[in-house]
Design a protein around this ligand. Structure first.
Ligand code: PLP
Length: 393
């Protein structure tokens, strides 16, 4: 019997890179330090857990509104209006199971077979697999890299546009390269979107993960972008709620209504009591944001300074996110070879840059936010030892 649909032959089956290999080794008893997966190391703040428990105790256990809890959508709309000057109301917000479901809904709602989507390279591969799953075609456009800092390249983006181009995907702050895009960089993308009448999907899941006082700029707040932008974000990274699976999409009413038609066909509602935790995250104390950011910045500084002492590795300081993206080209081995070498010889799991596009092969992606600071320090020690005197393959 031919069971699988053609859709199953897309990239979607590629999985989660090194995480699966590392998990296998760990199940055999190895003490693996996980710097490959973007999973916060800290616990979810207590006041968020309390609000969730309270909702359960109050018997809030039944289906809620299809597009998400009204109070939560209103609180998010208010935050967008206040923070970003991108005036919006509760009907322009859809609550989802993380950014993952929000982006899935966007691609399913927007793409016809063969529609092209521009993603900036290095990219986030999970977006690409969803684009292909929805029948679209991924068009990777390399970012420019000056002194190791990646940035959108307007000329390359403009020259990649064809009559089939439907959308540009931005990730800002950017995973894996850690760039926090400047207003000028974002305006250069906005100009192209306007000229070619394109939708922009702006993945802002790291909006609160910006270092050295940098400010994140919401793409939809740029002149003329409100009507053509779908912003997706989540409680995942900033509030350490990755396992809760709660996020949202913000955009023009008619696009949000389309997204809801997609979520109706998979999960219908988002978990109701988790939404009360999310409401507390938006309305309650925001102290955790600064506290977590300070921890991430301390770990970033350790990783960057330690990596830069290793001959053959150059690591620019990421401006945001929880990832370092060191250039390892001078070591003379690919990211794939080095990532496997470090897993086997140092029991440190990192991701090969190759996972993030063809120009990533000379990089590793190292998540400094996924383990406590002592473990991150130990990982750097192990990496240094394993690379002393070069690779013995
Ligand atoms: N988008 C980007 C750029 C990410 O890095 C991640 C997770 O690492 C996600 C989306 C997934 O977010 P969520 O867990 O909220 O679905």
């Amino acid at each position: 019997m031919q069971w699988s649909s053609r859709r199953m032959k897309t990239q979607a089956s590629k999985g989660f890179g090194m995480y699966e290999v590392a998990a296998r080794l760990q199940s055999q008893g190895a003490d693996i330090i996980h710097l490959e997966i973007g999973r916060p190391s800290v616990d979810t703040p207590a006041h968020i857990k309390e609000a969730t428990k309270q909702a359960l105790d109050d018997g809030i256990v039944h289906y809620g509104e299809l597009n998400g809890l009204g109070e939560l959508r209103a609180a998010l709309a208010e935050r967008y209006t206040r923070h970003y000057g991108a005036a919006c109301d509760a009907d322009e917000v859809l609550i989802t199971n993380g950014v993952t479901q929000a982006t899935f809904a966007v691609f399913m709602a927007a793409l016809d077979e063969g529609d092209e989507v521009i993603v900036l390279e290095p990219f986030y591969p999970q977006h690409n697999s969803k684009i292909e799953f929805a029948g679209g075609k991924v068009v990777p456009v390399p970012m420019s890299a000056v002194n190791g800092r990646y940035a959108p390249d307007p000329e390359r983006i403009a020259s990649a546009i064809t009559p089939r181009t439907k959308m540009i995907v931005l990730i800002n702050p950017a995973n894996p390269c850690g760039t926090v895009m400047t207003r000028e960089e974002l305006l250069s993308v906005a100009k192209i979107a306007e000229q070619h009448d394109l939708t922009v999907l702006s993945d802002e899941v790291y909006e609160f993960n910006t270092f050295d006082g940098r400010k994140h700029i919401n793409f939809a707040s740029l002149p003329g972008m409100r009507e053509r932008t779908i912003t997706v974000s989540a409680f995942t990274k900033a509030y350490a709620m990755d396992g809760w699976r709660i996020g949202y999409a913000v955009g023009p009413r008619h696009l949000i209504a389309d997204l809801q038609r997609v979520t109706m066909n998979c999960t219908t509602h988002t978990n109701i009591f988790v939404q009360y935790g999310a409401l507390e995250a938006v309305r309650g104390s925001q102290d955790c944001l600064q506290e977590f950011l300070a921890k991430d910045q301390a770990r970033r500084d350790i990783v960057v300074s330690r990596l830069n002492t290793i001959p053959g590795i150059t690591c620019p300081a990421p401006e945001g996110t929880i990832y370092a993206f060191p250039d390892i080209s001078a070591l003379g081995h690919s990211g794939d070879v080095l990532a496997h070498y470090l897993l086997e010889n140092a029991h440190v799991a990192v991701e090969s840059g190759n996972f993030y596009g063809s120009n990533g092969g000379q990089h590793l992606r190292i998540c400094f936010g996924s383990e406590p600071i002592e473990r991150v320090e130990e990982a750097m020690e192990r990496i240094e030892q394993a690379l002393k005197g070069g690779l013995t393959l």
